[in-house]
Design a binder for this molecule. Structure first.
Ligand code: NIG
Ligand code: FE
Length: 400
């Protein structure tokens, strides 16, 4: 009987755990058993028998990348709105004129489950080809029970078909659907007492999110959605302070949400609330870039308060048609001045925190899922450095 199923040698490890930069172990070894990491450390200290030993050829090994905020499932695109914005219309103008999220809702409602899966598959495959092993996917372009369930079913199928862990977030409170234009409360009623319970009943929900914004939902409306989530025992996340300081973050903190996401307009008060509630900040450089924002999230204040900072693609057709985790890391460095080490942590260790899976993923540590990537690079900073290159040599999911 072997101690391990597979061992990797002749590699350097960026474990993202411990005090050293990147948790680096030069000339390391990593072994897996039953889909979990069973040994990690210096090769010189490695002992035990492995059924199979892989010479990694000097590659760097990092945890598998985790994209912790995406709207990957949708139909159509909004390239036309991109053109309008470049001619002067704002993201808010377009939303108020009945475009924006609602136009993707029309296309998504009209799409079949197969069509949704096939459109999202190519986006997911791009992410996987750059080392993604876990992805969060939100609903929120259905905004009626059947279409919200179809999106979440599509997300579930995408995970199974592409060998990726998918966490599904219910985002029924993403935008007000046109048929409820005069009945905001009525829509929140449907979200809380029909859509969410039906999605939970079908076993399709891992967390609940909402869009707290002038063009989204008010604090009171989000609180109703969070009360429903809490009653069902689901963790919460929030799109907060993206376009204005609506103080959604403080509300999310009251509910001990896992994360608040976007945060360009976050106040010092909001930072303090996040720190006190143990929340993770999810920064979305793709949306900042694509909407040509100029107001930066308060990164120094978040750091000073000890709030973990994750980064994500926010892949969606309106504000961030970004399917590249490596470009997301590069943008986090160039636009938000994260260090390459913080960018990698933001797509591994801290992203796991934002999804509530830190016990299981995000670092190379014994006991965690054997999800990792082998890269043809000479130092980990290269992962944030190249623009449009993909140095992935191999992606290992559950040890194989
Ligand atoms: O995270 N802010 C709200 N939701 C998405 C955008 C969705 C869309 O424009 O389709 C976001 O940026
Ligand atoms: Fe988003």
């Amino acid at each position: 009987m072997s101690d391990f199923d597979t061992a990797w040698i002749n590699c350097h490890l960026a474990t993202m755990a411990g005090a050293d930069p990147y948790g680096a172990v030069p000339d390391g070894a990593l072994a897996v058993k039953d889909g979990r990491i069973a040994w990690v450390g210096r090769r010189a200290d490695f002992s035990g028998a492995a059924a199979k030993t892989v010479d990694a050829g000097g590659a760097w090994i990092t945890p598998g990348l985790i994209d912790c905020h995406t709207h990957l499932v949708f139909a159509g695109d909004r390239a036309g709105e991109f053109e309008l914005r470049l001619k002067g219309a704002s993201y808010e103008d377009i939303a108020k004129a009945g475009g924006g999220i609602v136009s993707t809702v029309k296309a998504t409602r009209a799409a079949s489950l197969d069509e949704l899966v096939s459109a999202a598959s190519s986006r997911l495959q791009q992410m996987v080809s750059e080392g993604v092993t876990t992805v969060e996917i939100k609903s929120g372009y259905g905004l009626e029970t059947a279409a919200e369930l179809r999106m979440l079913e599509a997300a579930t199928r995408l995970g199974a078909e592409n060998n990726v862990d998918v966490l599904r977030t219910f985002l029924g409170a993403h935008a007000l659907p046109p048929e409820f234009a005069d009945d905001r409360n009525g829509y929140i009623d449907v979200v809380c007492s029909e859509m969410l319970p039906a999605a939970v009943e079908a076993g399709l929900v891992d967390a609940v999110d909402a869009f707290c914004e002038t063009i989204g939902f008010t604090l009171g409306e989000v609180a109703r959605v969070f009360d429903a989530a809490k009653a069902l025992g689901l963790p919460m996340k929030l799109h907060a302070e993206q376009l204005s300081d609506s103080q959604g973050t403080q509300l999310a903190a009251k509910y001990h949400a896992l994360s608040a996401d976007h945060l360009e307009h976050l106040s010092q008060d909001g930072v303090a609330a996040m720190a006190a509630a143990g929340m993770t900040a999810v920064l979305l450089p793709g949306a900042f870039y694509f909407l040509r924002e100029t107001k930066l999230p308060p990164i120094e204040a978040l750091r000073a308060a000890g709030v973990p900072i994750a980064i994500a693609s926010d892949c969606n057709p309106g504000s961030s048609p970004l399917v590249s985790p490596l470009l997301t890391m590069n943008m986090a460095c160039t636009l938000f001045a994260l260090t390459p080490e913080d960018a990698l942590a933001g797509m591994t260790r801290e992203a796991a925190k934002a999804l509530g899976i830190a016990g299981d993923a995000g670092t190379l540590e014994v006991g965690k899922r054997a999800d990792f990537c082998l890269w043809r690079i000479s130092q980990p900073a290269e992962l944030s450095y190249w623009i449009g290159d993909n140095p992935l040599a191999q992606r290992i999911k559950n040890g194989t």
